[in-house]
Design a protein. Sequence first.
Length: 369
Amino acid sequence: MDVQVANERGLAPGTPDIRSVGPLAFGPDGVLFVADNVGASIFAIAVDDDGQPDGGPIEVDHLDTRLAALLGCARDDVVIRDLAIHPVSGAAHLSVMRGHGAAATPLLVRAARDGSLAEVPLTGVPFGVVAVEDAPAVDDERLTRRLAEPGEPADEIEIKGIKLRIASDRLRAVTVTDLAFADGELLVAGASNEEFTSCLRRIPFPFGAATRSNSLQIFHVSHGKYETEAPIRTLVPYGDGGSASVLASYSCTPVVHFSLAEASPGDQIKGRTVAELGAVNTPLDMVSFRRDGQEYLLVANTSHPLFRMACADIDGQAGLTEPREPVGVPREALPHQGVTRMAVHGEWVVMLQRDADGQHLRSYASDEL
């Protein structure tokens, strides 16, 4: 990124003080947004990606094993938090924690189409940062619970004969659960320190203007009640590529439409629950893609298959307001196994998939999904 563009985006050279890495999203001019929940901050980093424009697929076998070799650690110490695809080069960018707990080291790694891996330099790079001012306090003892991913520390419990591995996150750790950039704004899902903890923030970019924050209310079909505490797990901008509405998914597992066009800062927004994907499950990621002129939604889950839903069905779905079966928008299970993260690049959906041999990056043509 040249100096003029960096200045226009409010970025200045330096070394970002990133204490943890989580959700990622690309914005304009190859700016990579990185959520840091430990520091309750979001960084905007100019990624110097010299790869040539390319709309082709990316395939990297045994990604976790190769990351361990690159980072000089055991494979079990590699924790991939998120995946984003550079909008020009098509290279995958990964947020990675090396190790576990307070001693873990945050890193960004670039995976090129030729399979090569390299750390993304974070010294002397143009960057900007915005604090999440309403973040839960470091000593807030409230917990959110979800089904654990393989290899994560978890408590084992049994419910009605089903053994589950449950991860418990301090509220500070879910300050930001997902990011998306649309229409000049960074959409930030997560939790706040307010009475109604589930919130959606909209941060104008370049940083500097005030953040618009709204608490959220949803009808949770599995629980049979309205809720304001559980944070969104994953979201996508919805409709015409803008930020006027979003689709969001929650643990146990409602899919909810939120209209943002009329929402003023501080308002509580009531979502329209359009689907319930099934209890004893946590959504891991969600993307939308186009095929044959129609838009579709993909939802990756811990306990259910990869689901596909037609957005036309979502548009016509009345809000769910009571427990019932079947529940909302029809969905189709796809055969892609072990999907944990996804990103869309042109006509490809890139998936991080886990199997008995480890984790791999795979690309699938959208016209075949």
